[in-house]
Design a protein around this ligand. Structure first.
Ligand code: UD1
Ligand code: CA
Length: 469
């Protein structure tokens, strides 16, 4: 945008969000991995709106921390209405910026395209104020657009102040506007709070400008859901559903196969490479990034996890892990934060791993717990192996070298180092370091009592007991 075309933005996010019935401010309600208001900020940024002034009030410090720096913040000390909130932002608009977009902070489905179209319409019609409107089959709760018989906009009336015939109007105010900055600056001080809620309504600015003879325009959103406000948890759930579909569709268009969109849950913060197939009942959440040509699911939960290419992960719960390429995980693995799986590692059923690196092509295939461990390349960790990393007071590390063979049901009592190429006999509790290429065996030796079982059977049949030999 050229200098003279610069458009500033004001985002209203000072309200408590009473209807959410939450301990948290509405602006921070989590929505597919991001705070609710971040979606509005991203749409404005995408449309080139700059600077963006966010009006905060309820939980101000928390909201500011949650939305991040990169915006200007204005304080509304008391929630006296959307008009009052807008007024707090006006002194932060730099001199010489002719136009300003005002946006509700609670409309997460808004897109950069919608903001661009609103600003374009405002510019092309030469309006002093443009309100984005939507035609709704059920306009309940929204402010209604009041027009005269020629279609000229007279003002906006809030639901609670509306006459019965006004309630029948289905064209609603979406709380997105574009104003000539000087016109808005002049109109705001003329607001009053003589209405059902005793608030200074931003909506009344439209009537004030229209009555003063200013040109007021409506830009009607082609998709009425795009600018929908989220006031309660049911609307939050509906917004999440719409956003989720948008995310899944975009991934499909980018070359990802999604077998069942109805049971696939992917946050807005997630990346997936092309030719990856996502099977049903898969969740990809938080800062997760998956490479190309992977198969994920069915029944997979991934959170804050990095995955390379050509991996096969299914029916497992994975949080905070780093997984290189060509790794397979599942079924029924539980990978906890700090797990690093190097290229070609294989993790099988009922394996729990925490704060542990598993080397290239190493196999951990059955019933194992690895905690606070480093395992080298091409090692084999047998079924039922347990690292005893916690002594009740402190955690200790286990280091297992390259090509080590750990037999089934070994108990590795940390701190412990097993040298490269060593062999741990099955069922051994290992307490001391094992040098490279050694065999460590720690068991009670087996006693065989020839004929014992037969003698026991025979004595039972005679009603007696075995002699215990
Ligand atoms: C508002 C509009 C209504 C419109 C609807 C669209 C007004 C008076 N009403 O109603 O016409 O149809 O949005 O979604 O504008 N806020 C503040 N400070 C305040 C009050 C609100 O910052 O003192 C913020 C809120 O945090 C919220 C936004 O403004 O992000 C809208 O407020 P909300 O209470 O949700 O207004 P609605 O009742 O939805
Ligand atoms: Ca609202």
């Amino acid at each position: 945008m050229a200098e003279s075309e610069q458009v500033a933005g004001i985002v209203l996010a000072a309200g408590k969000g009473t209807r959410m019935k939450s301990d948290y401010p509405k602006a921070l309600m989590p929505l597919l991995g991001l705070p609710l208001t971040v979606y509005v900020l991203q749409a404005l940024q995408g449309a080139g709106i700059d600077p963006i002034i966010v009006v905060i009030g309820h939980g101000a410090e928390q909201v500011r921390a949650g939305l991040g720096e990169g915006y200007c913040y204005a304080r509304q000390a008391e929630p006296l209405g959307t008009g009052h909130a807008t007024m707090q932002a006006m002194p932060l608009i730099p001199e010489g910026i002719a136009r300003v977009v005002v946006a509700a902070g609670d409309a997460p489905l808004v897109t950069a395209d919608a903001i661009r179209a609103l600003v374009e319409h405002h510019r092309n019609t030469g309006a002093q104020a443009t309100v984005a409107t939507a035609q709704l089959s059920d306009p309940t709760g929204y402010g209604r657009i009041v027009r005269d018989s020629t279609g000229r906009i007279l003002g906006i009336v809030e639901e609670r102040d509306a006459l019965p015939e006004q309630k029948a109007i289905r064209e609603v105010c979406t709380s997105f506007y574009c104003f000539e900055t000087c016109v808005l600056r002049e109109a705001l001080p003329r607001l009053n709070n003589l209405n059902a809620q005793g608030e200074y309504y931003l909506t009344d600015v439209i009537g004030i400008i229209a009555q003063g003879g200013g040109k007021v325009e409506a830009w009607q959103s082609p998709d009425p859901t795009l600018l929908m406000g989220v006031n309660n948890r049911w609307e939050l759930a509906q917004a999440a559903q719409a956003l989720r579909e948008r995310i899944l569709k975009q991934l499909c268009l980018d070359g990802v196969t999604i077998v069942d969109p109805a049971t696939t849950y992917i946050d807005a913060t997630v990346q997936v490479g092309h030719d990856t197939t996502i099977e049903p009942n898969t969740y990809l959440r938080g800062k997760t990034a998956v490479g190309a040509n992977c198969t994920l699911g069915p029944d997979l939960y991934l959170e804050d996890t990095q995955v390379g290419d050509r991996c096969r992960l299914f029916r497992s719960h994975i949080v905070g892990a780093t997984i290189e390429s060509e790794v397979s995980v599942g079924p029924f693995a539980h990978l906890r934060p700090g797990t690093v799986l190097r290229r070609g590692a294989r993790i099988g059923d009922f394996v729990e791993i925490k704060n542990t690196e598993v080397g290239e092509e190493t196999k951990v295939l059955h019933l194992t717990y690895l905690g606070d461990a480093t395992v080298g390349k091409r090692a084999n960790i047998g079924a039922g192996t347990i690292t005893c990393n916690f002594d009740g007071m402190r955690k200790h590390r286990t280091v297992i070298g390259d090509e080590v063979f750990v037999g089934s049901h070994a108990t590795l009592i940390a701190p412990l180092t097993i040298g490269r190429g060593a062999y741990i006999a099955a069922a051994s509790p290992i307490t001391d370091d094992v040098p490279p290429d050694a065999l460590a065996i720690a068991r009670c030796y087996q006693t065989v009592k020839e004929g014992w079982a037969r003698r026991r059977r025979e004595s039972k049949q005679m009603g007696g007991k075995t002699d215990g030999k």
